[in-house]
Ligand binder design. Structure first.
Ligand SMILES: Nc1ncnc2c1ncn2[C@@H]1O[C@H](COP(=O)(O)OP(=O)(O)OP(=O)(O)O)[C@@H](O)[C@H]1O
Ligand SMILES: [Mg+2]
Length: 337
């Protein structure tokens, strides 16, 4: 990617440079700061967890903190799953150690090697990495990054202090999005921020990207509707309302809500059906068996739509099926009593 293009990406523009700027992750940041106060005590580190939560960001922030502006001279960033193989990785680490040993930054007695995507490495490659770490330990500290630590062989795990990154906390994410929007000259409505946060499931990268896409739709204010367009989802509340109305006997009202959703969000029948499917599984008032049965019905209508049937008619028919199904639920209750 060209440098200018990168600068336009908010995820890069707002990538924290220091540990203090990182959003959430309080415990992890505190432990890392303790190592930074006395870098000689820093062990090899492993960052494991959910995508887009700050693993690479923190590794780079550590490099900044240790070496200052000159950090690039003392930091080697590699993709461990490089398709050219572990030998290439080993050669690059060897070259780097040789060179970096000749002039460490200040009183930091080691260079930093950041290895991303370690969980994509094969078993033999991991065994080779273990050797590389053993040989390089005197002159280097490793930060291994992966999504699942369970995919890393035990001897490597036991050489590292493992930090587990869980989803970024919702409120912190929301505040961060509002702050970025403001800085870019937009007002992000709180409800819209919540929708992005909910949809991103703790992945801050995804959230910031969604925000940036939403900003391209409209100048000034980013509201719920704009966000809905970006994430391809109508308001979950509204969709659930439609489902409940159908199930609990108000077919005409359900159909009206369906037209509201189609009209105000401009989604296709297929998009709405897919969302109905997602929402069904979130509804706590349905049993797993009922969810499975409804899912079967939804599948049938989804198929018809992909075959080119008319959206309005098929969605109405789906809601009618829901109404019929809902009646069955009530009758079963009545019989059971
Ligand atoms: N905790 C965080 N604080 C601030 N910004 C964050 C945080 N986590 C992610 N981001 C934002 O998301 C972008 C991507 O984060 P990062 O590259 O650190 O994710 P990652 O955890 O390494 O993900 P992956 O597992 O996909 O490599 C950053 O550039 C930054 O803009
Ligand atoms: Mg990363």
């Amino acid at each position: 990617m060209a440098a200018s293009e990168e600068a336009l990406m908010w995820v890069e523009k707002y990538r924290p440079k220091t540990l203090d700027e990182v959003v959430g992750l309080k415990d992890i940041v505190e432990s890392l700061k303790a190592f930074m106060r006395n870098p000689k005590t820093m062990p090899h580190l492993m960052f494991a967890g959910v995508p887009g939560t700050g693993k690479t960001t923190l590794a780079l922030a550590i490099a900044h903190t240790l070496y200052g502006a000159n950090w690039k001279s003392f930091t080697l960033e590699l993709n461990a799953s490089d398709e050219r193989g572990i030998d290439t990785v080993r050669d690059r680490i060897k070259d780097f150690s040789r060179y970096s040993r000749t002039g460490f930054g200040g009183d930091i007695p080691f260079a930093l090697i950041i290895l991303d995507e370690c969980d994509q490495m094969t078993g033999p490659a991991q065994t080779a990495l273990r050797r590389i770490m053993e040989v390089g330990s005197r002159t280097s500290r490793f930060i291994l990054i992966c999504n699942q630590s369970s995919k890393i062989i035990e001897p490597i795990q036991s050489r590292c202090a493992i930090f587990r990154f869980s989803r970024v906390e919702k409120q912190a994410m929301k505040d961060h999005l509002i702050c970025i929007a403001k800085n870019e000259g937009y007002t992000l409505v709180p409800e819209a921020a919540e929708r992005i946060v909910d949809f991103s499931e703790g992945d801050l990268r995804h959230a910031i990207n969604s925000l940036q896409t939403a900003s391209a739709y409209k100048e000034g204010v980013i509201d719920e509707k704009t966000v809905a367009l970006v994430i391809g989802e109508a308001s979950p509340m509204l969709v659930q309302k439609m489902i409940r109305k159908a199930l609990y006997g108000d077919f005409m009202e359900a159909r009206k809500t369906m037209y509201d959703i189609m009209g105000s969000f401009g989604f296709s029948g297929t998009e709405i059906i897919r969302q109905i499917q997602r929402e069904i599984f979130k509804m706590s008032d349905l049993t797993p068996t009922q969810k499975a049965e409804l899912s079967g019905v939804i599948g049938e209508y989804d198929f018809r739509l992909t075959e080119g049937a008319n959206s309005d008619i098929q969605l109405s028919a789906l809601l009618a099926q829901f109404a019929k199904f809902g009646k069955g639920i009530e009758e079963n209750y009545a019989e059971a009593k």
